[in-house]
Design a protein around this ligand. Sequence first.
Ligand code: AMP
Ligand code: MG
Length: 417
Amino acid sequence: MISVKEALEKVLSHVDVLEPGDELILDSLGQVLADDIYSTIDIPGMDNTAMDGYAVQAESTMGATHSSPNILRVTGEVAAGYLTKEEVMPGTAIRIMTGAPIPNGADAVVQFEDTDEEIRKAQNQPLSEIGVFREVEKGLNIRRAGEDISSGSLVLTKGTLLRPQEIGVLASLGRDVVTVFRRPVVAILSTGDELVDVGKPLPPGKIYSSNSYSLAAQVARYGGIPKRLGIARDSIQSLEEKLKEAREADLLITSAGVSVGDYDVVKDVLAKQGEVTFWAVRMKPGKPLAFGVLRLGKRAVPHLGLPGNPVSSMITFEQFARPAIFKMLGRRSFDKPTVHARSESHIKNKDGRRIFARVKVREEDGGYIARLAGPQGSGILTSMTLANGLLIVPEDVPAVQVGDNVVVQMLDWEQEI
Ligand code: AMP
Ligand code: MG
């Protein structure tokens, strides 16, 4: 039986970053840039004001105080999105709104709060003049052209993961389409005579195929495109029939049928139609776990045969399918973020496997504390809903005692720091 680390290396060695393609920027969330992005424009495009106020020459405010304001003649007004031909001279001002271009002649903006505008308005006086309460220095409240991005500069580099802020930057450059590495299509096939799809009545002895959905949701969460192939029965014929639909996929995930039971036919098909890299991994939950390459028509599709138990399938997905999807997406790091925590639970490791225990992590006194999230049976899927982390008990640690320092993979944290 191979270790989790060796198994992951083998899985990753069978997948590679996918080819680049164009996407609408909003569809590229969670994908990785396949090109460097240069700007063809300055941002901001021109000097503009960071505040609502009055564009002035700083000189005109010399000596101004609250009790003795400098009175300037107001010669116009300019809103964001408009240019004014009016020029600011010594002793004049132009009323200006945030984002509006700085008029010629002006070298500072006095914000409304530093003028007597409120008082004039309250007294119904026209705003043809304005009193300035304080001296301002040149450049005050002016955002310079190109201060964020200058035309011709490299803004985002190839390999960057696109988050909402990168998508915002792309939009600020005027890009509607971006070249990113393609999302992997991940085919998901559940197997088992006992399975019924959701939305149908449940005959005695049957169960709903929850794995079809938890796995598809995991694929989508991590940036892949799930392709649900439904349910195959526990017969080689049914399985082979369904597997044909996985021909176009970049990764095939099957659930169940990989343990040693009589009806575990996934392993038979994999042995017949593919090359098996491993059958079992030294981990808990998730010991029966197959990986190989399946020949489907002309294509060889990497295949992860996950265990059927609902918790095992989700946790093995996290450890192996998620990193494979990340690699195909062109992401640089495949690791789930971890924290160090103090365990509040006692966890035995009887047979030298790597345990992934479902825990709830909380913060207390500046540190993290992890406690088992309910019963740890691999069929108890609600324990996953109570958990926000997976506490890792390494292979060579026979037990975690209460108070021990442990490492926890954070299930809902997106990225490593
Ligand atoms: P197996 O790997 O076929 O021995 O299945 C192990 C356990 O997982 C059995 O209790 C199955 O009923 C259960 N199981 C298998 N497939 C699914 C599925 N798609 N959704 C929920 N439970 C499943
Ligand atoms: Mg089965």
